[in-house]
Design a protein around this ligand. Sequence first.
Ligand SMILES: Cc1ncc(C[n+]2csc(CCOP(=O)(O)OP(=O)(O)O)c2C)c(N)n1
Length: 192
Amino acid sequence: MHAIQEVVVDKSEAIVLTEAGNAFAWTTHFLRFSSPGRYRVSVGFGSMGHAVAGVVGAAHGSGKKAVAVVGDGAMLMLNEINTAVALQAEAVWIVLNDARYGMIESGMRAQGMVPVAVQFPRVDFGAVAKAMGAEGIRVTEESELDAALRTAMATKGPILVDVIIDPTRTAPFLRRIESLMSQGAQGNRADG
Ligand SMILES: Cc1ncc(C[n+]2csc(CCOP(=O)(O)OP(=O)(O)O)c2C)c(N)n1
C-alpha cells in the first residue's frame, strides 16, 4: 500500500478502484487522497467484479489512467482485459495474488471456523494478461514492486501487475467481524 500511495496516488491523477475482498480493506485503511473523486470502493453491495471490470470503464470514460487494486479470486471470476485491449483503455490491474479467497479464509478463522474450499491453484496473471494482448508483469519480491508500478503507470494501454503477497498478513478488517459477532449477527458470511 505504501508503494501504491507513492507511485499511483501521489504521483498521478489516476482514478483508483478497489475490489470486494481484502483489497478494499487494505486500500481504505492505508491510502490517503488529497482530492475528491479519485477513489471508488463498494462497501455496500460489494460485488466482486465491479473493480476488475469497472476499471476499463473508468479509464475509457475518463480518458485517463484508472488503477484497480484487486484480489486474484475476483480476477478469476470476472475481468475485462480483453475489452481493455480492444479499446486500448489506460487500465491498470494490481492483483494481490494469494492463491485464495483471502477475506473469506481469514473471516472464517476469525469466527472460529476451519476454512474450507477457499484456496485455489496459483495463477500467473501476468501471463494471462499477455495472452489476452495486454502487458503483464509479475512481482515476486518486495524490492521489485516500485519499479513494476512505475512501469505500469508509464505504459500506454492496459497492463497488469501480478503481486505475490504473503497470505499470513491479515488484512485490517477483523474488527468489523468482531463487531458483527459481538452484536450477535446471524450467519457465517465473512464479508458482512
Ligand atoms: C459476486 C460476489 N461473490 C461472492 C462475494 C463474497 N466475497 C467477498 S470477498 C470474497 C473473496 C475475495 O477473494 P479474492 O478476490 O481472491 O480477494 P482477497 O480477499 O483474497 O484479497 C468473496 C467470495 C462477493 N462479494 N461478490
